[in-house]
Design a protein around this ligand. Structure first.
Ligand code: NI
Length: 172
């Protein structure tokens, strides 16, 4: 496993639409997912899309285990939203590609999703709470959408400026 650099805004790769994985889940893809998970744990974060490490494929990793709980990694290949509730819920979101910026985003409270897991098994399930929020946030990455894209232009531009400045300062 290897920790890979995480791209931050305004890197244009983050705006790319990720391509579906064609065919079965191979060992090569599992190696990519292992790297993604290690990168996410190291950051630390609770979710990561492949495009955030510069690989525009429809793959997500996630771990929503609380502090003190054993790790509970989840893997999503080609995830699709089959249904979303009318009911919406606001949640304070952040993103490893937009470090140190947090804001409340409203999304459907519950969704039904289908995806392939680490073994390539197709799973269909319902998600709510943080799980639903995180899945929708990560699936947005696959469309080149960041959570700050839901904010006003003023807030978004200010967020990008802050990240750019912090990245530059860190490089000095
Ligand atoms: Ni994100």
């Amino acid at each position: 496993m290897a920790i890979r650099p995480i791209l931050t805004v305004p890197d244009p790769v983050l705006k790319q639409v990720s391509k579906p994985v064609e065919g079965p889940v191979t060992d090569e893809l599992r190696r990519l997912m292992d790297d993604m998970l290690e990168t996410m744990y190291d950051a630390p974060g609770i979710g990561l899309a492949a495009v955030q490490i510069g690989v525009p494929l429809r793959i997500i990793v996630m771990d929503l285990a609380k502090k003190g709980e054993p790790p509970a990694p989840r893997y999503f290949v080609n995830p699709e939203i089959l249904w979303a509730s009318e009911e919406k819920k606001g949640w304070e979101e952040g993103c490893l590609s937009v470090p140190e910026i947090y804001d409340e985003i409203e999304r459907p409270a519950r969704i039904r999703v289908r995806y392939m897991d680490y073994d390539g098994t197709t799973i269909e399930e319902e998600a709510e709470g943080l799980y639903a929020v995180c899945l929708q946030h990560e699936m947005d990455h696959l469309e080149g959408t960041l959570f700050i894209d839901y904010l006003s232009r003023l807030k978004r531009d200010s967020a990008i400026r802050k990240v750019k400045k912090a990245t530059r300062d860190a490089a000095l």
